[in-house]
Design a protein around this ligand. Structure first.
Ligand code: DC
Length: 221
């Protein structure tokens, strides 16, 4: 029987780092579903397919191969795209792509398939609500928009990107609104998810807390 930990929350709440570290500590396979939406987006860009071209999108989805290695590398149709999927071109298009019903259906199927029979920790927006409504542990990881904007500024600085705080904050708030008000699989806290506000917490504290929650849940089973 498999064990599933679902981590949902908005962009910049620390899901990526936390999920990776908890996964390593507890030997759970780490699946970043945002990266899967990014792969579809990159594939559409590579093939110069626009969002209006539904038939062509479907063709892409029918043959897409996304391979998430245990090393963290991500392959799209045989090509390593771990870096490409984090570039601006993809950043700018991934949110609208994630609204597409066929894209969501295809990725939902893949996400469930990847997890079959395995112990996993999966991060995204709709994991505890749609992908695995019966997950063993559900966490909703949040942080204030201002804190998330500060974290994004820091990441940008490290990458040598100049950005204004106001612009980054506005981007985050616009994205939150789009992600949480969309019709299909909106970002929302599952009723039975444990809410963690990481605004004033360091990564290690969040990781320890989740490890403890998972440990307790495993004992109960
Ligand atoms: O977590 P991220 O920034 O890599 O996610 C990229 C986009 O994909 C983001 O706009 C929200 C969307 N997404 C989604 O709709 N559902 C998921 N389970 C994961 C990501």
């Amino acid at each position: 029987m498999s064990f599933v930990v679902a981590i949902d929350g908005p962009a910049g709440a620390g899901k990526g780092t936390v999920t990776k570290q908890v996964g390593e500590k507890l030997e759970l396979i780490n699946i970043d579903t945002g990266a899967m939406f990014r792969c579809v987006t990159l594939n559409l860009l590579q093939e110069k397919i626009r969002l209006e071209e539904q038939e062509k999108i479907q063709e892409i989805l029918d043959k897409i191969e996304i391979d998430m290695k245990e090393t963290g590398e991500i392959f799209l149709n045989g090509e390593c795209v771990s870096h490409k999927i984090r570039e601006d071109e993809v950043n700018n298009l991934v949110s609208p792509v994630s609204l597409n019903k066929s894209v969501r259906e295809k990725l939902l199927e893949l996400q469930r398939k990847i997890a079959q029979g395995k112990d996993i920790i999966m991060e995204g927006r709709d994991i505890g609500t749609v992908v695995f409504p019966n997950a063993d542990v559900k966490i909703y990881l949040d942080a204030s928009p201002e804190e998330r904007a500060k974290r994004r500024m820091k990441q940008n600085e490290e990458k040598g990107i100049n950005s204004s705080y106001e612009e980054v904050l506005k981007n985050i708030m616009d994205r939150d609104k789009r992600d949480s008000t969309r019709d299909i699989a909106p970002l929302k806290r599952a009723k039975d998810a444990i809410y963690i506000d990481s605004t004033n917490m360091i990564i290690e504290e969040v990781v320890d807390k989740i490890v403890e929650i998972v440990g307790e849940r495993k004992k109960e089973r």
